[in-house]
Ligand binder design. Structure first.
Ligand SMILES: Cc1cc2nc3c(=O)[nH]c(=O)nc-3n(C[C@H](O)[C@H](O)[C@H](O)COP(=O)(O)OP(=O)(O)OC[C@H]3O[C@@H](n4cnc5c(N)ncnc54)[C@H](O)[C@@H]3O)c2cc1C
Length: 386
């Protein structure tokens, strides 16, 4: 049977080919060492895959979101984790859409070649959580500079990035007409910032993912590093979310297929009570159900990509794709772990690693509840609940 997952065969084959050099043992070893998969990210960069969304005029390959999402999907389907590098693919979208021509010329070709990594985006704060308009990190203009003070939490890949997109309040909440106004985004040179007022504290966590607390203590950044207009940063961040959510939906679809492939193979070969466990309907049905949900999520993911690539609004489809795909991959993860029995808990099967990795997407980059609240309010016309 030919499914939509077989589209984009050239990209799929090439990414799979690259991934064969990074088998399960590679990621297992990296996790045991709590090390960043540097060689893997280098290989993807060198092959140009992470520059998929950068237009050709800035040195990228100028592909659409559909093609970019296939790249992320295949990485996860091969057993890797795109979370090590997906920021390099989509964080530059803020610069591309809202940066000046001078900023684009300065940064994008170097991001495309991998000379600069823009892997980090600093939005979340410990006190405001999902209520982003209440962030407390401030950037106060002093002549041709901004002075940044505050704190961020769970900011990923900071230690493997040269640049970071930072959201900070430039006008106090009490002084703006709408709470979504008065925030701005900056591109921050991380190496320089770490010498002049930025402290980075890694957060040990259940994944092999570099994520950090950031403390800003009178960090000076040049006014040249402001992206777009002052006060419009929240809108600019929102503009980038559709691409991020759709790419993460594709990663979950990749994970989902990985779980289904693994558990199907295991259920066919594991013999208990004189027959393969996969012969039992109690084993077959949860796997079949997960497969159906992955395929359904896949349709919504390609619909989000189609609209995005046509320049049409796709907030609803991007959110729904991320929701369906994260749910489907979690269903598949549960079935995979369950039917591996005790072996699912052994590191050498990689099921428990992928199980932990895919669980993140119920919470980040946006939690399940907040997507449901978005659908209730914006698609169904129910009263805003928060
Ligand atoms: C590994 C990891 C990497 C991350 N990387 C980044 C990064 O690079 N950059 C970045 O900026 N952030 C990052 N984050 C942060 C992530 O985006 C947030 O954790 C996520 O958006 C949820 O925010 P919170 O943790 O503050 O939860 P909270 O906002 O405190 O919410 C906690 C729970 O309450 C629920 N809840 C809250 N309000 C409501 C409501 N009104 N209705 C119903 N339910 C509600 C939520 O659904 C959630 O389950 C990362 C997080 C993790 C764990």
């Amino acid at each position: 049977m030919k499914t939509r997952t077989e589209n984009y065969a050239d990209i799929r084959d090439a990414v799979r080919d690259l991934c064969t050099a990074f088998p399960d043992e590679y990621f297992r070893r990296k996790e045991a060492e709590q090390a960043y998969p540097e060689e893997f990210v280098q290989a993807l960069t060198k092959a140009g895959w992470l520059a998929a969304l950068i237009p050709q005029q800035y040195g990228g390959s100028g592909l659409g979101l559909a093609e970019a999402s296939v790249i992320m999907e295949e990485i996860n389907r091969c057993g890797g984790n795109s979370a090590a590098c997906h920021g390099q693919m989509y964080n530059m979208g803020t610069l591309l859409r809202h940066g000046s021509e001078e900023q684009k010329q300065r940064y994008l070709p170097k991001i495309a070649s991998g000379e600069l990594r823009l892997q980090a985006m600093g939005v979340t704060e410990p006190t405001s959580g999902t209520d982003t308009t209440r962030i407390r990190t401030t950037a106060v203009k002093k002549g041709d500079r901004y002075l940044v003070n505050g704190q961020k939490v769970f900011i990923s890949r900071v230690r493997h990035s040269d640049l970071m997109i930072l959201l900070a309040r430039t006008t106090p909440l009490a002084e703006v007409a709408k709470k979504s106004e008065g925030m701005s985004i900056f591109v921050v040179d991380l190496r320089e910032a770490m010498r002049r007022g930025l402290t980075v504290k890694p957060i040990p966590n259940m994944l092999n993912q570099d994520t950090n607390e950031l403390f800003f203590d009178d960090l000076e950044i040049s006014a040249e590093n402001l992206i777009g207009q002052e006060g419009k940063g929240f809108k600019y961040i929102l503009d980038g979310l559709n691409a991020e959510r759709t790419l993460i939906a594709a990663e979950c679809i990749g994970d989902g297929h990985w779980f289904v492939d693994r558990v199907t193979a295991y259920a066919n070969r594991r013999v208990v009570f004189g027959r393969p466990i996969g012969q039992n309907q109690g084993v077959q049905f949860p796997i079949a159900e997960a497969y159906i949900e992955i395929e359904a999520a896949n349709l919504m993911r390609f619909e989000a990509c189609r609209l995005f690539d046509a320049g049409q609004p796709c907030g609803a489809q991007a959110n729904m794709a991320k929701h369906l795909a994260a749910k489907a991959s979690w269903e598949a993860a549960n079935a995979c772990l369950q039917f591996h029995g005790g072996f699912g808990f052994a590191n050498e099967y990689d099921v428990e690693r992928k199980f932990r990795e895919t669980r993140l997407y119920q919470v980040a980059p946006i939690s399940t509840n907040l997507i449901l609240a978005y659908v209730a309010e914006h698609l169904l016309g129910l009263p805003r609940s928060y």
